[in-house]
Design a protein around this ligand. Structure first.
Ligand code: DAH
Length: 355
């Protein structure tokens, strides 16, 4: 067989082989048989040396043409078979690659978080800073520096979650309820932290979680959210307090709501008040929601007691100030007429999705 005949036979053989092959593996076997190191076409190419000088250019071109053709035929058939193979697999898995993707439901903020942010917006709009403080406090920050006497009832283990102090090696632990470390019962301690490291003027709020050993019922939660506020500057009066908190109430509840300031007692403010907002359910005429008073309590406030300034080294002859503590769950209940605070903690999506 001449070299040209051999080349023609190889090409023919490849074309037939490819037509019969039904898998990419068979194609690969043909490729190795023909183009591999010991392949039939490779062998013919090696024989080029024995071709006469006159014939060599012609033969060389013919051999190269055949190799190129064979190579491209093999590649084309291989890719056809691989596509077919993939389609077969998709069909077997019943995957419809034309279907649109699955959309996952997007989460939203919890009602308490969004109200907290709204309160932050109102006060930062008035130039206040937003501060942070520790959840685990000492009795000094939670009570003593806030002017609460040693025998103040709020210090009792009935009203405060005390933590067991970690005693030094070999010493006994404090008994629960006698420790000087606790879960803060109010955000008011942050007033002390801020005044310790900031020189007046101070205009700040501090939102955060507080803890009390209350059994959860319609009006109480053992863990809830407060926003503390503190202003310390020269010449601050009760008028500044009232103007600020009236503005806050109207921003958060609407212009039609009325406010009422009731005298109260807090150790760290003097004078002190509780602020009520007119009931949104009965518009102030009295209903079950407001216990037939027409009013709902929303925050505590007052002018900073000079004794508190004494603990942080601020001169009460130069500076005065006011403070307030807002219950965020109360704000939520008031704004949306929620009959039971526990709804805010239950995590029931049918309830939470409404906001
Ligand atoms: N800490 C008080 C409470 O938890 C709320 C409060 C009342 C905060 C009066 C204040 C304030 O800053 O001036 O009941």
């Amino acid at each position: 067989m001449s070299m040209a005949e051999s080349l023609e036979a190889i090409q023919h053989e490849v074309e037939q082989g490819l037509a019969q092959a039904s898998s990419p593996e068979e194609i690969e076997a043909i490729r190795v048989q023909v183009l591999g190191k010991k392949g039939s076409l490779t062998a013919v190419m090696h024989m080029m040396g024995s071709v006469s000088k006159e014939e060599r250019p012609h033969m060389g071109k013919l051999a190269n043409d055949v190799r190129e053709q064979v190579t491209s035929l093999i590649a084309k058939r291989k890719s056809e078979l691989m596509d077919a193979c993939m389609l077969k697999q998709f069909e077997a898995q019943k995957v419809d690659i034309t279907l649109p993707g699955r959309a996952y439901p997007k989460g939203t903020q919890h009602l308490i978080s969004s109200i907290r942010e709204e309160i932050e917006d109102i006060f930062t709009g008035l130039g206040y800073t937003v501060e942070d403080g520790p959840y685990v406090e000492t009795t000094y920050y939670n009570f003593t520096a806030l002017n609460a006497p040693e025998d103040h009832p709020s210090r009792s283990a009935k009203d405060t979650f005390y933590l067991v102090d970690r005693a030094p090696e070999g010493k006994e632990h404090h008994v629960l309820g006698e420790s000087d470390v606790l879960l803060r019962t109010q955000t008011s301690g942050v007033q002390v932290h801020v005044m310790e490291h900031t020189k007046p003027p101070i205009y700040m709020i501090c939102p955060g979680t507080v803890f009390r050993p209350d059994t959860a019922d319609a009006n109480h939660l053992p863990q809830f959210t407060q926003v503390e506020g503190l202003v310390v500057d020269k010449g601050i009066t009760f008028g500044d307090l009232k103007g600020t908190l009236d503005y806050f109430c109207k921003e958060i509840f609407g212009k039609d709501r009325k406010t009422r300031y009731r005298p109260h007692f807090f150790p760290f403010t003097e004078p002190s008040c509780e602020v009520d907002v007119s009931c949104g359910v009965c518009k102030g005429s009295g209903c079950r929601f407001c216990k037939y008073t027409g009013w709902l309590e929303i925050l505590g406030c007052g002018l900073v007691d000079p004794n508190v300034f004494g603990y942080v080294g601020i001169d009460p002859e130069v500076y005065s100030g006011f403070a307030f503590g807002i219950g965020v769950e109360r704000v939520a209940a008031l704004r949306y007429d929620l009959p039971d605070l526990r709804m805010l903690m239950a995590g029931d999506m049918r309830f939470l999705r409404q906001f």
